[in-house]
Design a binder for this molecule. Structure first.
Ligand code: ACO
Length: 436
């Protein structure tokens, strides 16, 4: 923050212990207000307390904007709804998130060339996959493989310049798709199908997932479009749990592979990206005669029961998640094109209807989030449930890279190191074991 920006800002007065402290107040591009407490400790020896960081901005960011009360999501200023069109393109969105503007035709062509160039895994890395236990959760395989990329692509461990960063971003975006498909093939006991350089990003992924030797999988344009849309809708979501994990690790000047691997692990949690698996398990259990929809609603409301209505609620959205709205209508489109249906979609609609009329959900402003409908489309594509969070990770990768780069490029970035309120024992003495 420049001195000029600081001078233009308002101030807030904090009165504590009989002292008055003046704190800068900033206004963001969309009118959001923030009180700057960054020097509260160094100058005044107070810390702030916000355990889940719900009222704390950890950075200035120009990547993504969310208005949770209104249900607004924009990438680099563009409303998310504008990507819900025929032939959406995940790669141009990825490039835009990372480099700040929609790519020109030349930039797209250069980046696509890199994606094709990097689509193969080093054979050593491929072999290493076989040493991971056969039924390992796919998110473990993904995070380990990304960590291990640091052993095979050492050239990217140097501090990146703009060109090498673009190459590393392309390495990750391209290879993560190959790793994901290989993970599925390996866990299913199927031979690896290598990427085909003549195919587009999503088409190539579906080919590696579903072709078998001597029988090429035919990619339906509707399925390719739906996959593009799903990846775009997951591409970034500002300072969410996994993006923050990437930033925390990156703030220690850890390399991009290590930081992204941390993001994958954070995403795995069932309160974050892992919720898409939980949603599907919940819908399947209802379908298979387990709980009835109303019983799920009651269980989710019961505070003595750890069960939650997965795919519902969000830290930031206190309105319908715009991504869920798009996915809900995309479900109808996909099934209409495929001329099929899925009983789980009916169950999901029924659950949503019950929740949205229930005072518990209304009072707490709990609406469907991105995970509620995404799994139903992924299932229609033939993607197994245990791969859902990996699909989320492929989509979120550009966002993690963009957040990492933004932080890396900012010369005022310091290591992220929060403080605590100490609640432990007061000063006391060590006792040798025979005196205890
Ligand atoms: N089912 C039942 N109750 C819920 C749910 C839910 N899905 N979500 C929130 N609540 C309740 C909380 O228990 C809390 O109740 P209380 O006021 O009586 O204590 C109240 O609603 C408010 O919760 P928040 O403070 O808004 O929740 P928080 O911000 O801590 O957590 C989270 C957000 C983790 C997403 C939560 O809503 C949840 O667990 N949802 C289910 C998991 C899920 O779908 N995660 C995916 C989120 S999107 C993403 O990460 C991609």
């Amino acid at each position: 923050m420049s001195q000029r920006e600081k001078a233009l800002s308002d101030t807030a007065q904090l009165t504590v212990d009989g002292k008055s402290i003046e704190l800068p107040v900033y206004t963001d591009t969309e009118g959001g207000r923030a009180i700057d407490v960054s020097e509260l400790y160094s100058k005044h020896r107070y810390i702030t307390y916000d355990p889940s960081l719900g009222s704390t901005g950890i950075c200035r960011s120009a990547v993504t904007y969310i208005d949770g009360d209104k249900g607004v999501l924009r990438y680099r200023g563009i409303p998310i709804e504008q990507f819900d069109r025929p032939k959406p393109n995940f790669i141009e969105v990825a490039w835009m998130l990372i480099f700040g503007h929609l790519p020109t035709a030349a930039e797209m062509s250069e980046f696509r060339g890199m994606l094709t160039q990097y689509e193969l895994l080093h054979e050593g890395l491929t072999h290493q996959m076989h040493y991971i236990p056969p039924k390992a959760p796919p998110m473990v395989v993904l995070s380990s493989m990304i960590s291990m990329m640091a052993c095979y692509y050492e050239e990217f461990l140097m501090p990146p310049d703009e060109q090498s960063f673009m190459m590393q971003a392309a390495e990750l975006i391209s290879k993560v798709r190959t790793i994901a498909a290989f993970t599925y093939r390996r866990n299913s006991g199927l031979p690896f199908i290598y990427p085909d350089p003549s195919l587009r990003y999503c088409e190539n992924f579906l080919h590696m997932m579903f072709s078998i030797p001597y029988r090429q999988y035919e990619v339906l344009p509707e399925i390719e479009d739906a996959l593009n849309l799903i990846l775009i809708l997951h591409a970034d979501h500002e300072q969410n749990c996994s993006a923050s994990a990437v930033r925390v690790v990156g703030s220690a000047k850890a390399n991009l592979f290590a930081s992204i691997s941390a993001g994958v692990n954070a995403l795995w949690g069932p309160l974050h990206g892992g919720a898409n698996v939980k949603v599907m398990q919940m819908l399947e259990s209802i379908y298979n005669g387990g709980k009835k929809p109303q019983e799920c609603i009651e269980a989710a409301k019961d505070k003595s029961n750890p069960f939650r209505l997965y795919g519902f609620g969000h830290r930031v959205y206190k309105n319908y998640d715009p991504r869920a709205k798009i996915l809900k209508s995309a479900c109808d489109r996909v099934f209409a094109k495929l001329k099929t249906s899925d009983p789980l979609l009916e169950i999901a609609r029924e659950l949503e209807g019950l929740a949205l009329e229930d005072p518990y959900f209304i009072e707490r402003k709990l609406y469907p989030n991105v995970d509620f409908y995404s799994g139903i489309i992924l299932r229609a594509m033939g993607i197994p449930t245990d791969m859902f969070t990996v699909m989320f990770a492929i989509g979120r990768l550009p966002g993690w890279i963009a957040q990492w780069k933004e932080q890396y490029d900012n010369p005022s970035t310091r290591i992220i190191r929060p403080r605590q309120i100490y609640t432990g024992a007061p000063l006391n003495d060590y006792k040798p074991v025979d005196e205890r």
